[in-house]
Design a protein around this ligand. Structure first.
Ligand code: GRF
Length: 207
């Protein structure tokens, strides 16, 4: 008989962690058959670490080193080790403000996902909601995608649209996108969990 398995996940974030909260709430309520093994932040006082403590999830601050937008290679190796030691099978980026490079991409091939506040491939990069407003779009949204070596790039797993209203400010638009993000991200993780369970824990074949 095939054992029901929970997908062991690790969550990386640098900020407030509203997506992380949505994921942990869904796990707690039993909607999401994932198991949060570890939350890691590159920011010592990031609320996402308090959130992990609130939910009783192991958590760690990872001092990022001397670069601003990436981790030093040895530190990225440490991150791989921490996640592997925790038995993590899927890495979930939830507002992690550093670009991942070879150590993580090799350590977790096709096993790192990200959420981005635009309808990729439109508006990669920072403050994507402001970019959409400035471009005069009438619709934007959010995207969950596998992470590859390019920024906000990689196979798209799901998207949700958000209408841009005539009187939208960057703040009002961002707030509405974030509401939708908190539905989309757990829904996509749930799909990956289903594949993981169906393949009896062999996540390598989940495509
Ligand atoms: C989200 O809006 C996501 O699109 C982007 O970073 C933000 C993180 O927000 N990648 P939070 O920390 O989950 O509240």
């Amino acid at each position: 008989m095939i054992q029901m398995k929970h997908l062991p996940i690790g969550i990386l974030g640098s900020g407030k962690g509203s997506n992380c909260r949505a994921i942990l709430e869904r796990i707690r309520s039993g909607d999401l058959s994932a198991e949060p093994r570890l939350v890691v932040s590159d920011v010592l006082d990031a609320p996402i670490l308090d959130l992990a403590r609130e939910f009783g999830v192991a958590n760690a601050y990872l001092p990022p080193g001397r670069f601003r937008t990436r981790l030093e290679p040895e530190i990225e190796e440490q991150l791989v080790q921490m996640l592997q030691d925790a038995g993590v099978e899927l890495v979930v980026l939830a507002g992690f403000m550093r670009v991942l490079h070879e150590p993580m991409l090799k350590g977790f091939p096709r096993r790192i996902i990200n959420i981005h506040p635009s309808l990729l491939p439109k508006f990669p990069g920072l403050e994507a909601w402001k970019q959409a407003l400035a471009a005069g779009e009438t619709v934007t949204g959010c995207t969950v995608h596998y992470v590859d070596e390019k920024i906000d790039h990689g196979q798209i797993l799901g998207q949700r649209e958000v209408a841009i209203l005539p009187n939208d400010t960057p703040e009002s638009l961002h707030a509405r996108i974030q509401i939708v993000e908190r539905e989309l991200y757990p829904a996509i993780i749930a799909e990956l969990c289903e594949k993981y369970v169906k393949d009896a824990g062999n996540f390598e074949t989940a495509g």
